[in-house]
Write a protein of this length. Structure first.
Length: 141
């Protein structure tokens, strides 16, 4: 990997460069009853379109899977019990850095910070549990 040693690179595909809201929509397509939570208009209007050309050219890497493929794969892994507690630090860059004492370099104080707070549901809770649709007797349509 000397071709990329010491470099900062984006790894991915130019065709698979999405905003977070778009990925949320993909998740909802795979898991229809999931609730997407947004904070409203984002005052940060920077363009986050990135290029993957540098890594692709140096390592000759082209992803074999799409974001949608990966969402489906993760859903299946959770359903099969292959992923236990999705809040485990091994699944979180932030928690891994926090455990290594480096979180102060990336610490954010906003509504999303609470995502990794200890007040989350007990271990083993499914990340995309859905409630059954209300029956007509319960006020549903």
């Amino acid at each position: 990997m000397s071709a990329v040693r010491g470099e900062i690179l984006n790894v991915g595909s130019d065709r698979e460069n999405y905003q977070i809201a778009q990925i949320g929509e993909f998740i909802q397509q795979v898991i229809p009853n999931v609730t997407i939570v947004t904070k409203g208009e984002d005052p940060d209007q920077r363009n986050y379109r990135v290029s993957f050309q540098k890594f692709r050219e140096r390592v000759n890497f082209v992803p074999a899977h799409t974001v949608r493929d990966s969402i489906t794969e993760l859903k299946t892994a959770v359903e099969q019990g292959l992923i236990g507690d999705y809040r485990d630090p091994k699944y979180s860059n932030y928690k891994t850095l926090a455990d290594e004492g480096m979180a102060d370099r990336i610490r954010r104080e906003d509504d999303w910070s609470a995502l990794y707070s200890p007040s989350q549901p007990e271990a083993g809770a499914m990340p995309f549990q859905t409630a059954p649709a209300p029956s007509p007797s319960m006020g549903g349509k």
